[in-house]
Design a binder for this molecule. Sequence first.
Ligand code: 5GP
Length: 204
Amino acid sequence: MNGAILVLSGPSGAGKSSLIKKVEDKIGAFYFSISTTTRPIREGEIDGVHYHFVNQEEFKQDIKDEHFLEYALVHGNYYGTSIKPVKQALKKGEIVIFDIDVQGHDAVQNRLGDITTSVFITTPSLKELKHRLSSRGTDTQDVIDARIEMATREVQRISEYDYLVINDDLDIAATQLVSIAQASRLKLPSMEISEFIYAWEADA
Ligand code: 5GP
């Protein structure tokens, strides 16, 4: 069985984490890619579970050592996806789920577009996003403003994604995401399509 990549992007506050939690027992074997970041740890987050939290120096060393499949500067902090665990998960036939921004999506499409399915997840409106970010109570107003500014830029790039999920009703959005994840497993790299046709014709 082949592995597949499922990229999830969308504004912070759109509910990506809640959605992932909701679908995780319904999509078969998967590996959630734990990114490395230089951003300060938030209350309730655990190092090695939500992110690998490192300082700038360590992050820059990882860049030099070419440990990242992609990395980007988001809200003034570095975020990166390590290559090694992704390769291992793909080999095992798992769906590798990335929660990365539009820059990360661009890089993954360029390097592994053949096996990548992408989903942009957002709130029904900017007003709802503002409401969710303020009521989350984890960020200062400056951070919230930066996230809103970034969100308005990111939504301009929705057309670069395969699917759009509007997270209004969590149950409906989760059902949609399960369908997309299942379909992502059936996406074949072009090389394997040729192999399949060859084998199909050979068995005449
Ligand atoms: P947060 O600080 O809210 O956890 O994440 C901020 C943004 O960084 C989100 O849009 C998230 O998708 C993005 N992000 C998290 N990890 C990565 C990564 O490894 N690479 C890239 N390009 N973006 C990431």
